[in-house]
Design a protein around this ligand. Structure first.
Ligand code: ATP
Length: 367
């Protein structure tokens, strides 16, 4: 069993830098857990503490039921894949992949068998006699992964392994690592700042900022039910549109008043929003929940807003519209053939059953 758990883990660097602040996190056996967050949020430091490459300031780390705070990295039965691959330049691919096994005095025949199996899985058999400088970025990344696989560790740790690859190769390697996880059936903890990688790869994702774990959930729950404004605007591409405004009441109905536009809340939200009447608030709507009115046959008039279309970006399968209310610019994702006139007014419809509200001072989700 290779579950990993962090209990109230903190890391303070010299100069009183609180890189990781009281993080508690349980990673189940065979789970693919992604730690995601903006640069400097403490995700690599968290991973390095699990690996034993960084001392823990306070709290405990357990790997497979064993407290490992004082266990050296080499005895933790983990394998780590780094962003810069960390291959030995003077060794061939075979020597790089087998290096760890040779140090552990594994019999030669078994080494050859394990390297050959891993090279097969990763499609790098033909590269075994080459040196790292004779490989492309994607091939080097495969070798780095191969070197981890041959160890057959309890837990794999990946620290931004794809960030040095071009966009196309990143997408390809993303799928390969995903498939590898299904094939190897081991626990993986994967660090990235790329929320698309997090969404597509993780069984669950842990969203971090400023050393704090903000949300731990499966990707769709994080997307649909973000716990606060930070998570809402970090997860999703394009990010959730956020506008500041006020909740007002007219003839017994609640509206969000942005200053230039007004939309009516669905009644199911009234109970939670009642205490915010008259208050400043953050309103969030995802770009796919805004529609060009031209293509909506029956839109409630209270959900239609007039905006100026500033720019449109054809993405192939869809079009991003950059719309301006006079106060906020927001994005709508519409059909591939929608071509509104730029710098002209148009009407769009908000799906008010999908919107989010965040408290102005705590930024926590209200509904
Ligand atoms: P990135 O995506 O940029 O790698 P990250 O989320 O992985 O960022 P960490 O590398 O974990 O962030 O760093 C978290 C914080 O700790 C940052 O503010 C960083 O400057 C600080 N930090 C990291 N290592 C050290 C160190 N050795 N000494 C002092 N501060 C450090």
């Amino acid at each position: 069993m290779a579950q990993v758990s962090l209990r109230n883990v903190c890391k303070t660097f010299a100069g009183n830098v609180n890189a990781v602040n009281n993080v508690s996190l349980g990673i189940e056996n065979k789970e693919f857990m992604v730690l995601v967050g903006p640069s400097g949020c403490g995700k690599s430091t968290t991973l390095r503490m699990i690996a034993g490459l960084e001392e823990i300031s306070s709290g405990d780390v357990f790997i497979g039921n064993k407290r490992v705070n004082d266990v050296p990295a080499k005895d933790r039965d983990i394998a780590m894949v780094f962003q810069n691959y960390a291959l030995y330049p003077h060794m061939t691919v075979f020597e790089n992949m087998s290096f760890g096994l040779r140090l552990r005095h594994i019999p030669k025949q078994e080494i050859v068998q394990r390297v050959s199996e891993a090279a097969d899985i990763l499609g790098i058999k033909r590269l075994l006699n080459r040196k790292p400088r004779e490989l492309s970025g994607g091939e080097r990344q495969r070798v780095a992964v191969g070197r981890a696989i041959v160890r057959k560790p309890m837990v794999f740790l990946f620290d931004e392994p794809l960030s040095n690859l071009d966009a196309k190769m990143r997408v390809q390697m993303r799928t390969e690592i995903h498939k590898l996880h299904i094939r190897l059936q081991t626990t993986i903890i994967y660090v990235t700042h790329d929320q698309v990688e997090a969404m597509t790869m993780g069984d669950r994702i842990a969203v971090m900022k400023d050393g704090i774990l903000h949300q731990l959930d499966d990707p769709i729950d994080v997307y649909d039910h973000p716990k606060n404004k930070f998570v809402a605007s970090f997860i999703g591409s394009p990010p959730m549109n956020i506008m500041q405004g006020r909740i007002i009441k007219k003839e017994g109905r609640l509206y969000f008043d942005e200053g230039k536009i007004q939309v009516k809340l669905v009644e199911g939200m009234y109970k939670k929003m009642a205490s915010y009447v008259g208050s400043e608030i953050f309103f969030g709507i995802r770009s796919e929940d805004v529609y060009d009115k031209l293509f909506v046959s029956e839109a409630p008039p209270e959900n239609i807003v007039r905006v100026n279309c500033e720019v449109f970006e054809p993405m192939g399968s869809e079009v991003y519209l950059y719309l301006n209310t006079g106060r906020h610019t927001f994005i709508a994702r519409v059909g591939a053939h929608d071509r509104p006139k730029v710098n002209q007014e148009m009407d769009v419809v908000f799906d008010m059953s999908k919107v989010h509200f965040f408290d102005k001072s705590t930024e926590e989700t209200i509904v």
